[in-house]
Design a protein around this ligand. Structure first.
Ligand SMILES: [Zn+2]
Length: 315
């Protein structure tokens, strides 16, 4: 079944969310796949479409729910990262406050659609302004059983790193709500610059297929590529003023303590700031957009001053 759900928020806005439900021929769990929370992360959206088009119900045990574009309004406006309605970051809001802002209303509706899931994978894929080194963050919250199941969902993705996240402050609110509700869940970060390359789309698609095999919903043995577990301290380098960003690193680089990371200039190219690595770290992603806007920090959110997102790495 394919349906576009619609809920009226106020006189001017509604939330629309498309969902395909594939009912398997055999009994089994409910597995949800979502993408397009950040509407320019197309390598996730196209993988979700491909899942809808190719999963064969006669081979399936259980039910798959696929929401290819969580933020349909933002998608249609080609709007990056923040909600075009209230400039909030969907990932950081917890369900349970439908009378709050538009984004809180939206995340509450998403939770209503997915809270009966036994498993959930949320695919992210790098906005237009960002280059990611593909990795899978695993939120380690909720019961031990939930955490073990979450890790097993991540094992089939052909990514170099999986990030085991234990600090609740570094885990998006929705993931925590899911895990506390007993839903093993991961999110995937695979793609860059809003470009749905065949390679990134297939890592996302194949990873979900492996996860479905892992939980016994599809036949076949799941892929188990080599992965490196990382669990260092996550941090972000931000600009202290507006300007033009000249990165000296790229995604996937491991930088040494003290290594030059890049510089910020004014619009004429005169240097304003320089940045160095405080610790040996892996560059998970960086902002490829040179445009750095210190004045644009809606709700205190620092996305428009972000330069590099890193995780500390031991020798
Ligand atoms: Zn995202």
């Amino acid at each position: 079944m394919k349906k576009i759900y619609e809920w009226k928020y106020d006189d001017n806005h509604s939330v629309q969310m498309p969902m395909a439900t594939i009912q398997g021929a055999q009994e089994g769990p409910i597995f949800t796949v979502t993408s397009g929370m950040h509407a320019g992360e197309y390598a996730g959206i196209l993988a979700a479409q491909q899942l809808i088009q190719t999963i064969n119900p006669s081979e399936l045990s259980g039910t798959i729910k696929i929401i290819p574009i969580i933020s349909l309004e933002a998608f249609m406006m080609r709007n990056m990262q923040l909600s075009p309605v209230d400039s909030r970051e969907v990932h950081y809001h917890r369900p349970g406050n439908p009378s709050g802002s538009y984004t809180e209303f939206q995340i509450d509706k998403l939770f209503e659609l997915t809270k009966d899931s036994n498993y959930l994978i949320d695919i992210h894929a790098g906005e237009f302004a960002q280059a990611l080194h593909p990795w899978v963050p695993v939120p380690l919250v909720g019961s031990e059983e939930t955490q073990v199941a979450s890790i097993s969902l991540a094992r089939g993705f052909r990514v170099e790193y999986i990030e085991l996240k234990r600090d609740p402050k570094a885990i998006p609110a929705l993931c925590i709500a899911m895990a506390e509700h007993g839903i093993p869940n991961i999110w995937v970060e695979c793609g860059k610059n809003g470009i749905p390359t065949p390679e990134h789309v297939s890592i996302n698609y194949d990873g979900v297929i492996s996860a479905l095999q892992t939980v016994g919903m599809l036949p076949g043995s799941p892929d188990r590529p080599d992965q490196i577990e990382i669990s260092g301290r996550r941090y972000q380098i931000n600009a202290g003023q507006s300007g033009v960003w000249h990165p000296a690193i790229k995604e996937g680089d491991i930088v040494d303590k003290g290594q030059f990371l890049g510089r910020l200039t004014d619009v004429f190219g005169d240097e304003l700031e320089t940045y160095y690595a405080p610790e040996r770290s892996l560059v998970l992603y960086y902002w490829t957009s040179p445009a750095i806007n210190y004045d644009r920090q809606p709700h205190g959110y620092d996305w428009h001053t972000g330069l590099i997102s890193m995780i500390t790495m031991e020798e």
